[in-house]
Design a protein around this ligand. Structure first.
Ligand code: AHR
Length: 349
């Protein structure tokens, strides 16, 4: 009997031991490998850290796309303790109210700077006034805010979304000419990002302005899929059911494009350089650039997420009392099968 009990104990503690070990070790491996980085980390600085480091509250709008993950990492990798910062990170999960709460919490923590990527353009006047009244400089990144008083923020670092939309339109003009289809009736579906965000407003306007110059371009529908792959797939499924002839898909980010591609594959509709539907995408993250190289996406208009170093440089200038510009636009490219190879090797995101 004693032997049986000993055996049971050995087996039981063996399993429990393994479970306990896994419970302790797995999260450690995740954290130490940065697998949680850019998603949830939120910390409070100690008194000493408040004294010695530049405390930055960073309100990120969400984690909806591959681009967003790269954007978050770029900020986290630039504003490190080694570089002299204490970064408080908050993920708003695409909800404006969460960003407002985060900014208020940064104000009450008396951070030195607030960095924030606004989910949409409107509705920020009150909270930014509160930051201004507290004497905290605000650096806006990625998307823009639409406020009455521009002195409510110090500077903006981002991308030119209108230009990106225009580039998409110009590419399509060239493509149709090359294929000698410039007189043909061209049916277009536009998948838009989060309604009211700078990326959605700018890309839509920029493309529509070029489209307005072509009476044979027909935008059948211009609908949101919220910048996510899941919605991109759903919305494209509906479009494919509704319209028998789609010539061009303009998808305002790579995640929605990936979803739409799945929908086209499932529906047996060909796309890309040898297919029925020409695919125009935005962002240029690595996975999508591989599809450009494979001829599955015709063109990818870059939206550059590497904005962390700009923030660092601007904060350093402000610390020295130097004047900064009101806006900084990051550099962006256009990728097609012809040029993508030379950039793909160095693409880390
Ligand atoms: O604001 C930039 C856009 O937001 C990127 O195109 C998209 O992927 C992200 O979600």
């Amino acid at each position: 009997m004693k032997k049986i009990l000993e055996k049971l104990e050995e087996v039981f503690f063996g399993h429990v031991g393994i479970c306990i070990l896994l419970l302790c070790v797995v999260p450690f491996i995740f954290v130490s490998h940065g697998l949680f980085r850019g998603i949830e980390i939120e910390q409070t600085p100690s008194e000493a850290e408040m004294e010695d480091l530049i405390v930055v509250g960073f309100s990120q709008l969400g984690s909806e796309s591959g681009w967003r993950t790269a954007h978050t990492l770029s900020v986290q990798e630039a504003l490190t303790k080694d570089a002299g910062y204490f970064l408080i990170f908050n993920n708003a999960r695409q909800i404006q109210e969460n960003q407002i709460k985060a900014i208020r919490s940064f104000i009450s923590q008396r951070v030195d700077y607030i960095v924030f990527a606004p989910v949409i353009e409107s509705g920020w006047d009150t909270v930014l006034q509160e930051a201004k009244d507290a004497g905290i400089p605000v650096i806006i990144i990625d998307r823009m805010v639409n406020v009455e008083d521009e002195s409510l923020y110090t500077t903006w670092i981002g991308t030119d979304a209108w230009k990106e939309g225009e580039k998409a339109g110009k590419w399509l003009e060239g493509y149709l000419q090359e294929k000698q289809r410039q007189e043909e009736e061209i049916n277009i579906i536009v998948l838009r990002g989060t309604i009211g965000s700078t990326a959605e407003i700018g890309r839509t306007k920029g493309f529509e302005e070029v489209a307005a110059g072509h009476r044979n371009w027909h935008i059948l529908e211009s609908v949101t899929a919220d910048f996510t792959a899941a919605k991109g797939r759903d919305v494209m499924e509906q479009m494919l059911r509704r319209y028998p002839k789609i010539d061009v898909l303009v998808s305002q980010n790579d995640d929605m494009t990936m979803g739409a591609i799945k929908a086209m594959q499932e529906a047996g509709v060909s796309f890309g350089e040898n297919g029925k539907v020409a695919v125009i995408s935005f962002d240029a993250i690595r996975d999508a650039l591989e599809l450009v190289e494979a001829g599955r996406i015709n063109v990818d208009i870059e939206c550059n997420p590497v904005q962390g170093d700009y923030i660092h440089k601007i904060i350093q200038m402000l610390e020295k009392g130097e004047a900064v510009e009101k806006s900084y636009v990051v550099e962006e490219n256009v990728f097609t099968k012809e040029n993508v190879g030379e950039f793909l090797e160095d693409r880390t995101y």
